[in-house]
Design a protein around this ligand. Sequence first.
Ligand code: ADP
Ligand code: ZN
Ligand code: ZN
Length: 793
Amino acid sequence: MRLASVVLDIPTQALDAPYTYIVPESDAAYAPVTLFDEVDAAPGTDGEELAVEVGCAVVVPLGSRKVVGFVLDVRDLDEGNAPDGVDPARLRPIDAVASKPYFNEEGAACARWIADRYIAPLSACVRLFTPPGAVPKMTRSPYGAWQLVAPETQEADDRWIVPGPAFDDFQPRKNAAKQDAVVSALKSGGEAKVVELTAQVGAVSGAIAALEKKGVVTIEHRRRMRSVGDAAASAAPVRPSASAPKLTDDQARAVELVVQASRRGKGEAVLVDGVTGSGKTEVYLRAIEDVLAHGRTACVLVPEISLTPQTVGRFRRRFGDKVAVIHSRMSPGERYDQWDFIKSGLARVVVGARSALFTPLENVGLYVIDEEHEGSYKQDSAPRYHARDVALWMAARNGAAVVLGSATPSIETLHACAKDPRFHRALLPRRANGRPMPDVQVVDMAKEFGSGSRSMFSLALKRALEEELSAGRKAVLMLNQRGFAKFLLCRECGFVPECPSCSTSLTYHERGAELACHHCGRREPAPGRCPECGSPYLKKFGAGTQRVESELRGLLDEMEGVGPDVPIIRMDADTTSRKGAHQQLLETFAAADAAVLLGTQMIAKGLDFDDVTLVGVINADTTLHIPDYRASERTFSLVEQVAGRAGRAELPGRVLVQTYEGDSVPIRAAAAYDRAAFLKDELPKRKLLRYPPYAAMANVLVWGKNESEVAAEAEAVQKAVQTSVRDFGGDGWSVLPAVPCVLAKLRNTYRWHVVVRAPAGEDLSRALLPFMRRRRAHPSVSVAVDVDPFDVL
Ligand code: ADP
Ligand code: ZN
Ligand code: ZN
């Protein structure tokens, strides 16, 4: 007898283990389940018999219900090797197979690993591997019969016509002009797509039906690949261009390191630590060429926002139509087609957002993670995995290597390079085109305020804008905005109240005019005057892009040689919500002469415009005061990244960073391109306060609609976690009190959290997995564990 482990496709909060079912010996053993509504076979199978294999969707009984599940493994039941606690006599058989395999044994192993490592429901982890919208579901018909509903997303077909057996016998007739037109189209083209014929000669279905009956034409259904929404991805094959630049010595060394690591195939990582414009992408491209030449494939992850046609175009120009693209702005149909293209084995390079890791790309020799410091590699809903760590796991399993690229590597990765022999580092300290890095000037806004200015724009920034724009050049202005946590700031001395025990800034709460620490729960009344200098000008910080835009418009209109003709292109969450909007705004900016691109953090990444000569950061401090341990690191990266947008080509660039904290180390260090100075200040703090990379950390989130229920449950969770940590943890483990999150209320949901810490390298799931397994689900309060949280907001 053969047994299968099946994960039920039921999204639940509890951690679900796979169920065991019997694999029927023959088709006759399959119980009658109506397969689908209209089709009587699983889509894409052409009615062929499907076997129970790892990765298939199957229909199984669960009590009196029928549910869809995914097969994780299939094995023989020999004498006495039934899984723990399973009585073979009580097992029930699988009812039907509902799809071809979505993943293989490796995928199944990865899903299990993610579920354990990130304490996530196994069903959600398995779902990472299935094409979105393309999985069948069970429903119950009005008569009580269980029925499999075909997935919403399926293959798309085009109708084509080709000459039939009687094509040459066709005799034109009067009153049948359409038939005539169809036949002559076939005579000239050999075949024709029905939609195109219709566009040329009007409705033709009647004519085609008549011709088909006579055997003059034959109708064929051919698979149509939905375009991925950018011209570069059209079906037309792209000829790989040979015009790769000659590598700089630094690049050549980096490529060599990567190629060697990939050939060794031991799951090593190479950090390509290169300043903005140093040619990191060229390093990836060369390394991938080597991987492909060895018959293997490559998976390239880039942050969602930089997944523009420019980025994709660079890969397509080098690797032609072997490139598949996966990102979240594609329609389900487009994603399905790309997924299928990868599954077919024809795609050799996948470029995509973090989910591209889970596409069925086989024989991967290299994983590339560009901008590895980016927070978007961490998924913020279950399963809360980090793409970098999953890629490292996959590379170790498959005998591949991982490239991590960044101008501002995360502290975790830098730490790993120093401590972990599997991590290597390649430095690219210069721009590939030999241009110098732009000068960065820090502008002290407290001084400006002191001299009477009340504007968001410093005198220096106004002057620089006038000079550059009136000369027909471009500027990029970043409003460093998080839009939520308000903090107090003294406009005269730049003082921001901080928590003495957590080294994060206190957030301001309108209600009760209080300052609160969201780490340890400390609360105190907001001061009326600055505790440092006594000034009464304490500002509650947080300005929107729209307000900045209108002030900027007023400024530009007054400027000599600038005026109303110079456009301001605003790029923020509002203006980029439409599909393709982000791209359009960038194109408008590229096409303009003098122009200002004004935006939030999203403009810091990947922009490569030759004629940007000025970059301004309107308020560098905001990220500094996010009440989170990573605040300094984020500020340092952000300033460094956005500065990198200036002076990328012939014209020299300059950068102005406005701040109320001219002495802040992250800002000073970023302005001087001095990472060592930043780390020298930051690392001892992390160590002292036991933050990563000097500790392992998990954030237990508790949320629900009812404030008091959430608070009560959070207290209960805190106690249960403490018990679990006492039973399964060890020395140096600690559980902080339950406190409201910084984002205490999000979309009408109240949020609390409990932070758990352990010595670096310890596996937090050792104690947190038993806690989650033991926990009884609460009817209206949810709990989830975020292991290695990117932030604790
Ligand atoms: P990064 O990803 O490090 O910011 P890019 O790969 O985007 O850098 O390269 C920056 C610019 O330099 C691009 O326009 C690229 O075409 C160019 N470039 C890269 N490598 C070389 C090279 N070896 N010689 C000349 N130009 C190069
Ligand atoms: Zn002050
Ligand atoms: Zn505190």
